[in-house]
Write a protein that binds this ligand. Structure first.
Ligand SMILES: Cc1cc2nc3c(=O)[nH]c(=O)nc-3n(C[C@H](O)[C@H](O)[C@H](O)COP(=O)(O)OP(=O)(O)OC[C@H]3O[C@@H](n4cnc5c(N)ncnc54)[C@H](O)[C@@H]3O)c2cc1C
Length: 414
């Protein structure tokens, strides 16, 4: 892999940027691999990278039906944080945040991590009680979380209307949380995995599985049969359809989740603000756009576009909290299909079929999990045993009932 550096950048600039080479190989599929990963989103690519780097397994292919990173990994609002409620979730997501903190150096690509803080607003006494409990739970799991008074919030977020229809009484912040450039994360993992020998195969849709003696042997694709000792399904909103081809029914509901950005303005917002009550969140991008997100559309859908009612509700809520934003023009709106589980926690690990693994159920919040998802799945695939950090997130919990209900912490808070 050619290392990027300031000198290299300057050299290319002097040459009119004509000397750049593709960052990864767009490989042709071979007849078989040790591991086939279905889905070229952040999770699939990170899994491939950690398989090659940490587990020494390089005979790996990532099969992507379109182009890498055009699924949810390239459509999200880039929020990274580890302020979940249950200890298992905090441990997993904080592992991810720590990996994010060193990711630019690890991948030799600037992933533009900006730890500007993630602030949750409390709008009622009831909200205050619940959020204090949430804030304390995070601290008891050993992760940073800080209660803020109304005055501290006023100073931190000047354009926020604290006295409107939804008065702000307090809130809590995770200062290590923030945003990170989604495309750079995808490209960084793709580039690093490719340089370690992983084949990234684009325009290759998996259409079926081949089994023998209860074990996975190959996948059928739009580009022929590809043999595999182990197969990983890492396809987010497509998970229930794909798993059904392997005879597995998943407890996943697919829904459209939308986001939007306004025209760019000068810096006005130096943190990421979330209101669970009005079900919306905002941040300001490096380009100056106000990035707006909210809850998923109210009904299951495989469409990759959001409905107008949800967009209207989210915008109405944001304008209520930030009245000055009502004067901004909306620039773009888009959506992704997200894979939501009954307890809003992910599904990671083994499946009832020998050699077939699964990574899905990220719903509205799996971008922040990409490094840890890839890292722990690579361990699980190589050893056949779930990594300790994901033991609680197995598919089996829907049989045993040991759910990890993160609805409140994963819901709108992405
Ligand atoms: C609008 C929006 C905002 C969000 N905001 C945040 C946020 O702020 N923070 C956060 O943490 N998370 C957020 N998320 C969620 C996050 O983006 C996802 O959970 C995460 O990107 C999932 O990554 P992935 O690699 O599992 O899936 P994806 O990136 O969706 O990749 C799956 C890939 O599988 C491919 N595929 C599907 N079927 C097949 C097949 N049969 N054969 C081959 N390939 C196939 C798809 O083409 C796709 O590229 C948001 C999501 C959306 C839509």
């Amino acid at each position: 892999m050619r290392r990027y550096s300031f000198l290299h950048l300057a050299w290319q600039a002097l040459r009119g940027n004509r000397g750049w080479r593709p960052a990864w190989r767009n490989a042709e599929p071979t007849s078989g691999y040790e591991v086939v990963i279905i889905g070229g989103g952040g999770h699939g690519l990170a899994t491939a990278y950690y398989l090659a780097k940490n587990q020494g397994i390089r005979n790996v292919a990532v099969l992507e039906r379109g182009a890498i990173g055009l699924g949810n990994s390239g459509r999200n609002t880039q929020v990274v944080r580890s302020n979940y409620f249950y200890p298992q979730s905090v441990a997993f997501f904080d592992h991810s945040l720590k990996l994010y903190e060193g990711l630019g150096r690890e991948l030799n690509l600037n992933v533009m991590l900006s730890q500007r803080g993630v602030l949750n607003l409390a709008h009622s006494e009831h909200d205050m009680e619940l959020q204090r409990r949430w804030c304390n739970a995070i601290r008891m799991s050993g992760v940073d979380s800080e209660w803020l008074t109304r005055d501290a919030i006023r100073a931190l977020v000047p354009p926020l209307n604290l006295d409107g229809r939804f008065p702000v009484l307090g809130g809590f912040i995770q200062r290590r949380g923030g945003i990170c450039r989604h495309d750079a994360v995808v490209w960084g993992y793709a580039r690093a995995a490719s340089s370690l020998g992983v084949d990234i195969v684009q325009s290759c849709e998996v259409t079926g599985f081949k089994f023998a003696n209860g074990k996975v042997r190959a996948v059928a694709t739009s580009r022929g049969i590809i043999g595999a000792d182990k197969v990983v399904m890492s396809v987010a909103g497509y998970s229930s359809e794909l798993a059904r081809l392997a005879g597995i029914e998943l407890p996943i509901t697919t829904m459209a989740l939308q986001a939007m950005v306004t025209e760019p303005v000068r810096p006005v917002l130096n943190t990421m603000v979330i209101s669970g009550l009005v079900h919306a969140y905002v941040s300001q991008s490096d380009r100056g756009e106000i990035v707006i997100g909210g809850g998923a559309d109210a009904y299951p859908s495989y469409a990759q576009r959001g409905g107008l009612p949800q967009m209207r509700d989210v915008v109405r809520a944001v304008v209520e909290l930030f009245p000055s934003f009502s004067r901004l023009k909306m620039l773009r709106q888009w959506a992704g299909r997200v894979d939501i589980t009954p307890d809003t926690s992910p599904i990671m690990g083994v499946t009832p079929i020998d050699g077939l693994f699964i990574n899905c159920g990220w719903g509205t919040g799996g971008f922040k999990a990409i490094p840890a998802g890839g890292h722990t799945m690579a361990h699980t695939i190589a050893t056949g045993t779930p990594h300790p950090l994901i033991e609680s997130f197995g598919l089996d919990r829907f049989r045993t009932g040991a759910l990890i209900d993160e609805g409140a912490a994963a819901g709108v808070a992405h």
